[in-house]
Design a protein around this ligand. Structure first.
Ligand SMILES: [Zn+2]
Length: 436
């Protein structure tokens, strides 16, 4: 069998090497202790990359000879910190310091011609944005926790995050960009909210990617005047959910206007697609000067089951574009299904508490987990050896099980050997141990 080699940059060692350079470049005030910030960051990343369910388990496991060897040899960690030291150091680091790491990864994808596979319509990329919660507690809290005060005096402390990923209707992989934590902002006592986080997120994305053409796809919460005006100011296109109950003015207009157009197509299997659309409709009476294009879409399956969706967009609607807008709008769910649900239920343990800290730890861990996820997504897209190993195992669950088993058991010379072992599944016979 001809050996499959790894790509230099878009492979596990290549991507880790990029992250190593990025982590080493983070300059923060030196605190006590002699283990570098790089070793702490890479240890955190390794914990998520290896799908450990807790920091305690990672801490115990790293004392084993094979694991210690592999963390040094494969993740390039020089001194592996203990759990309490790792928590203390990462708690001091503002999570915003890690945003550039996502940019570094996306640039690699761009150079390696992977990003162009995500180009959707006239050179635009679909940018799916949605919020999710990942921490909630009645007693554990930090300076950044948002608070919900209950009538009985109880307080719920929580962290949420606005996630964002490049998605494509034809691809199951997603490429997350740097998320925006929904946390108390410096010097502000009030809770943060998704709306404010979205303002910061969009500004940061435009700053990080000044020339990229985006179509932002979001749910119905986003189809409001101030948000659309911000998208326009940042030169971003949009396809935003718009429900009739939230937009009575807009939907009444479409019902009564003579200029509302209809279009129907039918698939070979009998699925019917009904489109009703109207260009240049005022969003509502409070934003009469803000005109949007509105698409109402109904899908009727061969069994007669109906699904209805509606969006507002700045893409001019016609018989040529309604399907493009519909497919783009519907791919919004990939941020929920392919990103948040994978992080929560497919081995990453997103909702587990790996340590909360007093300042930034919770947000830093969320960023490191997303970075580990991005590395995995890029491997899934670009690394033939990773793909072959995953195919051999059938499912991601079985792949990660085997990945961990080899990592925990054998001293590995390199990543190629680990993935080749998963492809080949060598039988290792243990000697009978003499314990007399
Ligand atoms: Zn907190």
């Amino acid at each position: 069998m001809k050996p499959i080699l790894m790509r230099k940059k878009l492979s596990m060692p290549g991507l880790l090497s990029e992250l190593k350079t990025y982590f080493k470049g983070i300059v923060v005030p030196v605190t006590s202790g002699d283990i570098s910030l790089f070793d702490c960051l890479m240890s955190g990343l390794a914990m998520f990359s290896l799908k450990y369910p807790s920091l305690l388990q990672f801490d115990k496991s790293k004392r084993e000879t094979a694991v210690a060897h592999n963390l040094k040899n494969l993740y390039k960690i020089e001194t592996i910190p203990c759990d309490s030291y790792l928590r203390e150091r990462l708690d001091e680091l503002p999570a915003s310091e890690l945003q550039g790491a996502f940019l570094t990864m996306i640039r690699q994808a761009q150079r390696g011609k992977v990003l162009e596979r995500f180009s959707y319509y006239e050179g635009h990329y679909l940018l799916s944005i949605d919020g999710t919660g990942y921490f909630s507690s009645h007693d554990i809290h930090c300076e950044q926790c948002c608070e919900k005060h209950h009538r009985n005096g109880d307080i719920t402390y929580y962290h949420q995050m606005l996630g964002v990923a490049l998605v494509h209707p034809e691809h199951s992989h997603v490429l997350p960009l740097a998320p925006e934590p929904i946390i108390k902002q410096d010097g502000i006592k009030k809770n943060d909210c998704e709306r404010n986080a979205a303002k910061r997120l969009l500004k940061n994305i435009r700053k990080a990617h000044p020339h990229m053409k985006f179509i932002v796809i979001e749910d119905g919460l986003a189809s409001n005047g101030p948000h659309i005006r911000q998208l326009q100011a940042l030169n971003m296109s949009y396809i935003l959910g718009a429900k009739p109950k939230d937009h009575t003015y807009l939907f009444d207009w479409i019902e009564t206007s003579q200029q509302t157009q209809t279009y129907q197509t039918q698939d070979k299997d009998g699925t019917i697609h009904n489109y009703r659309y109207h260009n240049q409709v005022p969003l509502n009476d409070a934003n009469f000067d803000l005109e949007v294009n509105c698409l109402i879409y109904e899908e009727i399956s061969p069994s007669g089951r109906k699904k209805t969706f509606s969006w507002v967009t700045d893409i001019l609607l016609s018989e040529q574009t309604v399907t493009i807008v519909m497919k783009g709008g519907r791919s919004r769910w990939r941020i929920e299904n392919e990103t948040f649900n994978t992080l929560k239920n497919q081995g990453y343990h997103f909702e587990h508490n790996f340590g909360h800290g007093k300042q930034h730890l919770s947000s830093v861990f969320a960023h490191l987990m997303l970075l580990a996820f991005l590395v995995d997504q890029l491997q899934g897209l670009c690394c033939k050896l990773f793909q072959q190993a995953k195919t051999k195992m059938g499912s991601y669950a079985r792949f990660w099980e085997r990945f961990r088993a080899y990592f925990l058991t054998f001293k590995l010379p390199d990543w190629v050997t680990l993935y080749q072992a998963i492809c080949l599944l060598p039988v290792v016979e243990l000697p009978v141990f003499d314990t007399s």
